[in-house]
Design a protein around this ligand. Sequence first.
Ligand SMILES: Nc1ncnc2c1ncn2[C@@H]1O[C@H](COP(=O)(O)OP(=O)(O)OP(=O)(O)O)[C@@H](O)[C@H]1O
Ligand SMILES: [Mg+2]
Length: 358
Amino acid sequence: MASISIRNLVKRYGNFTVIRDLNLEIADHEFVVFVGPSGCGKSTLLRIIAGLEPITSGELYIGDDRVNGVPAARRDIAMVFQDYALYPHMRVYDNMSFALELRGVPKAEIDARVKRAAALLHIEPYLDRKPKELSGGQRQRVAMGRAIVRNPKAFLFDEPLSNLDAKLRGQVRAEIKALSQQLKTTMVFVTHDQVEAMTMADRIVVLQSGNVQQYDTPEAVYERPSNQFVAGFIGSPTMNFFPVELRGEGVALSHDGTAVALNGESKARLKNAGGKGVLGIRPEHFAIAPDAAEGMPVAIKLVEPLGSDTLIHFDLAGSTAIARVDPALRPRVGDRLALRPQPGKTHLFDADNGQVLS
Ligand SMILES: Nc1ncnc2c1ncn2[C@@H]1O[C@H](COP(=O)(O)OP(=O)(O)OP(=O)(O)O)[C@@H](O)[C@H]1O
Ligand SMILES: [Mg+2]
């Protein structure tokens, strides 16, 4: 049993409160990813779970055990850092076996565990090398191997892939995901990378200033963000936001009165909120209106071809917005288009507190 349960957690450094009253339940075998802006408390939370950082107040359970005050070495949790922290003078094999030797595990068992982990990670050919004789991705795998041989109750990863180039990142990302399915161990993974979060997580924790803004599956966080912060944080390029209001029978951009085609349900939600709100449209959820009168008129300011699709930048309602369009359209700077949100793909938020209007 290696569920992780955090209850009413508070963490202060002197007068500075990093985390206030955080509650989080991570299930046994679950792969949970923490995302959030720099300084929001991701590493602090991970270090608290690992036992590297004391709790100011609240409770932490690993499985059924309350581990407040239990030293890191006795928590049976492995942490893999961004900089790997391998011992440079030791061979890969010794880097992996070291912790087990300290614990007095019999030699034959150590050997079996190291070989099993090395096979799992495809690093058998490098067991006799020193870390400096390995590529970044191979070093990263050794760091994971060192964690795996300990057979921990849970793995904690703090941005382990951020030193790798894009191609290797993709590869190691897939390996870690596959590994988590093989090992069936609880994993908590911190990343800045949206793609990592979306592809690896069973559930994503979106943190802001030490508060959980949403804790849900990647699909739910993307499709049904609970507030404007989450909506703006998840997705790349970021969601476009426009203040909107009911005007007569329709909905208009507050800035200049441009009509927006929204369905009856969205209108009802705006009405409940006093007639005003913030409309969110992801770049991939604009459509080109078949009839110019039904769309919002825009002029393209900038074109970014990505190959698979093309981003167009334009001014709308006093700010720059981005739409993702089919490259076959061959958009050019200066072209005029009429855009409208795809039906059912819009988001509406409270103008005052940013909560989703439902
Ligand atoms: N030892 C410390 N003493 C005082 N403040 C600290 C200490 N460690 C972290 N902090 C502060 O706590 C806040 C959270 O830091 P943390 O390292 O958890 O952020 P993070 O979400 O991991 O950020 P990043 O994405 O940049 O790694 C930051 O404002 C940081 O300055
Ligand atoms: Mg950090």
